[in-house]
Design a protein around this ligand. Structure first.
Ligand code: COI
Length: 357
């Protein structure tokens, strides 16, 4: 790994009590370029812009995918990643689906550890605080022919994070727009999936909702995801979540919630979730909770579901009664080294890892 440390750290300007998620970047980033059929050296360099041309294939044809993951700092200053191998596997699945080269474990995991280590002082400590890490791959070739590019960049950037979307939100059950289709790229973390979701989300916001529950493109009769998250529904004391498929992202937080719920003895059913079933359960009072899970927000609880022009209200449960709240705490305690890690999900980021990579 080639290391170029910054001479102008911005850390002293960073106020961990007052920053905005996603627009404050740590001092360094990782970059690696792909050309002539192979990846070059991994470089850890000062964070900043890279000159590109508007004729870059990544922006013209959308060959771009990313990951979202976090690093956490416990009260003793020890730093952890959470299940990073899952993100490594998934970025390569996304890359393959978008006809981009896979990254190596060394590039991904060693790059990640080196970046988090060198900028460990940027990781905010305390409840809900973390460093959000964004590995990405995009086509950089300067060419306008619509074909697979032959130049790419792998990069890792990171931004301090705190909990957001803390208030329950209203979501519209989509009856027209879809996030994904059979045979499409829904299970990839393709940049274009997010681009395609913005317009329908804007329309939902104009109607008084904050997010959309995406339904299947063929019938709109089944839940798929919510906003940028996987979705969970609780009817009586059973949790339901749709199975992952080529339309549904295999979320790390989703999988962690399922395993944590099972550990608590909560019944989890991974099966198609029909809009009709959820609406009927709301009407007969058995629908207890609906929530989304993702790396960035961990959990967003829904207070109302928009269906056929009506807002169906959901009960407001206390943190002791809410499975969403209980499982979120189980997960964040584990991530923050506040509980035993019986699953082996925490990965320590050693100090001065740069000496060894
Ligand atoms: C995540 O939870 O990591 C996401 O995908 C949300 C992100 C687009 C901000």
């Amino acid at each position: 790994m080639i290391i170029q440390k910054t001479e102008n750290s911005r850390l002293s300007e960073f106020d961990p009590n007052n920053f905005s998620f996603g627009s404050t970047f740590i001092d360094h980033m990782v970059i690696c370029e792909y050309e002539n059929g192979k990846w070059g050296d991994v470089k850890l360099v000062p964070y900043g812009p890279i000159p590109f041309t508007p004729a870059m294939m990544g922006v013209n044809y959308g060959q771009a995918c990313f990951e979202g993951m976090k690093a956490y700092k416990d009260k003793d200053g020890q730093v952890f990643l959470f299940r990073p191998e899952k993100n490594f596997e998934r970025i390569n699945k996304s890359a393959t689906r978008l006809a981009m080269p896979e990254v190596t474990e060394e590039m991904f995991l060693d790059g990640l550890k080196a970046l988090v280590d060198i900028d460990r002082n940027w990781i905010p400590q305390g409840e809900g605080m973390s460093l959000y890490i964004r590995p990405l791959i995009f086509a950089t070739e300067e060419a306008l022919k619509a074909r697979v590019a032959n130049k790419y960049m792998f990069a890792i950037v990171a931004t301090p994070a705190k909990s957001y979307y803390s208030e329950p939100v209203s979501v519209k059950i989509s009856d027209h727009y879809s996030r994904a289709a059979n045979g499409g790229v829904g299970s990839a973390k393709a940049a274009g999936n997010y681009a395609a979701s913005f317009y329908p989300t804007q329309l939902a916001i104009e109607e008084g909702y904050e997010q959309i529950i995406w339904t299947d493109d063929a019938t709109h009769e089944y839940f798929e995801e919510s906003g940028t998250m996987n979705v969970f529904v609780r009817i009586n004391d059973t949790i339901y979540t749709p199975p992952t498929s080529e339309k549904i992202l295999d979320g790390v937080t989703r999988d962690s919630f399922i395993q944590l719920a099972k550990k608590r003895g909560i019944e989890v059913k991974i099966e198609p979730v029909a809009v009709k079933t959820v609406v009927e359960a709301q009407k007969n009072g058995t629908l207890k909770e609906v929530w989304g899970v993702g790396t960035a927000v961990v959990t967003t609880v829904f207070q109302a579901l928009g269906y056929e022009g009506v807002k169906l209200e959901l009960p407001r449960l206390s943190d002791d009664e809410s499975y969403a709240a209980i499982l979120k705490k189980d997960l964040t305690d584990l991530q923050n080294n506040l509980s035993d890690d019986s699953f082996g999900w925490r990965v320590v980021v050693e100090k001065d890892v740069l000496e060894t990579v």
